[in-house]
Design a protein around this ligand. Structure first.
Ligand code: LLP
Length: 422
């Protein structure tokens, strides 16, 4: 459920007519709906209302500071994976005690940054990281609260590139070694064990892998407590999938997921943390683009858009499906034709969809990619020297540009010519 609906034959974001935004901002642009973001955050918050919990939004999925501010005001925590994301979260007004820091390759500088600014917990992914963190914290006269990310060797049954919980994946420490590494952590001066962390992948459309992983976490919690560790928090990661298309069976709801958490780890008396990204931001954002040309190829019709793979890389990178809808509502029962929807970038990979049934579209028409709020703008680049796409936020009838489109001068002006070439 989202707030991008047709009204009077035109696609709106809440109360705002998107073709008007296109006229003012130019295309392509990303547009987000505050009501949708809010609703999806609240679904998770409600799903965990049976006990103490913190919903930590995965900043990597959509990191504009204005979006983070919307969530911060609702009481969200943040899951960050870099110094840059940590600073975005604090710029949005999120206090350190609501920020968890994840990631396999945190540098000592990033550790220092988080410890100085305050951090709820650092999710440690390896023994060398544990040693480095203890050293950094001890030098600062600090003690870092930590959870160890365990790798439960569970197949999330999702796209190969976004599964993270199998033993061949680079993430976490093997479950079989967890007790030994926790014992090591307990001996180190600069860290304090507060919990366990697990994250098995993204865009999961089935609860069974979560269940398998969380049951292993429950068993580990009991074993670690028996070893004398004060396990008081469980960070259960993110990963619940969203419906990218209306024709498939929808994935489980946050309420089902919350009930599963209660069933698997609810009796342990731990505070629950989760790190959802996509389910909060995915359907809260769209990418609006204009048709540049309709080209009749041999036996194919190409719809050439002004958005390219540099603006939305998910179809090229994961073969991902995004629904594409015209901004002008097609008449009921309007005929459709098959289109190959492509961008202007000089690679055949710059293809958003093959043989997609769409109503007839002409040069200048506007279309929207739905479900583009997560891993859309954040993964965009300036490939082919195409300036980063602007972002717009809507709240009711309010509309604001929350990241302007850079000018060509700004883009090119970042390069500098060394003196010997001047
Ligand atoms: N926590 C950790 C430690 C993660 O690595 C991730 C995602 C999340 C939470 C949030 O997962 P979510 O709830 O959004 O599924 N670029 C890919 C997705 C990469 C996900 C990476 N990690 C895509 O466009 O599908």
């Amino acid at each position: 459920m989202d707030h991008f609906l047709y009204r009077d034959g035109r696609l709106h974001a809440e109360d705002v007519d998107l073709s008007q935004v296109a006229a003012e901002v130019g295309t392509p642009f990303y547009c987000y709906s505050t009501a949708t973001l809010t609703r999806h955050f609240q679904l998770f918050d409600d799903a965990l209302s049976w006990g103490p919990h913190l919903v930590c939004f995965a900043v990597k999925s959509a990191s504009n500071v204005a979006l983070l501010r919307v969530l911060a005001r609702l009481g969200a925590g943040m899951d960050v994976v870099s110094g840059g994301e940590y600073l975005r979260a604090t710029a949005a007004g999120v206090p350190g005690e609501r920020i968890v820091f994840s990631g396999v390759g945190k540098t000592r500088e990033e550790m220092r940054l988080a410890l100085e600014g305050g951090v709820r917990q650092i999710n440690v992914e390896s023994e060398p990281e544990l040693a480095a963190l203890s050293e950094v914290a001890a030098l600062m006269g600090a003690v870092a609260p930590i959870a160890l990310r365990v790798n439960p060797d569970v197949d999330a049954r999702t796209h190969e590139k976004i599964a993270t919980g199998r033993k061949e994946d680079k993430f976490g420490v093997p479950l079989s070694r967890a007790r030994e590494i926790y014992a090591e952590a307990a001996r180190l001066p600069g860290v304090e064990v507060v919990g366990i962390d697990v994250h098995i992948g993204s865009q999961l459309t089935d609860l069974a892998p979560f269940e398998a992983a969380y049951l292993k976490v429950a068993e580990l919690t009991r074993a670690l407590r028996a070893d004398g560790h004060d396990i008081r928090r469980l960070d259960l990661g993110g990963g619940l999938g969203i419906p990218y298309t209306r024709s498939n069976e929808p994935p489980p709801l946050p309420a089902d997921y919350g009930a599963l958490i209660e069933r698997t780890v609810g009796d342990l008396g731990c505070e629950i943390e989760i790190e959802p990204g996509r389910l909060i931001s995915g359907n809260a954002g769209i990418l609006v683009s204009r048709v540049v040309y309709v080209k009749e190829g041999e036996g194919r019709r190409f719809l050439i858009l002004d958005a390219g793979m540099n603006d939305l890389i998910r179809p090229a990178m994961y073969g991902a499906h995004h629904d594409i809808v015209p901004l002008a509502e097609p008449a009921p029962g309007a005929e459709t034709r098959e289109h190959d929807v492509v961008g202007p970038v000089c690679e055949s990979g710059d293809t958003f969809a093959r043989a997609r049934a769409l109503p007839p579209l002409a040069e200048g028409d506007l279309v929207a990619f739905r479900s583009a709020g997560a891993y859309g703008a954040v993964m965009s680049s300036e490939y082919n020297s195409r300036p980063l796409v602007p972002e717009v936020l809507v709240d009711g009838h309010h509309v604001a540009v929350i990241r302007p489109r850079p000018t060509f001068d700004e883009m090119i002006g970042r390069d500098t010519i060394p003196p010997w070439l001047a």
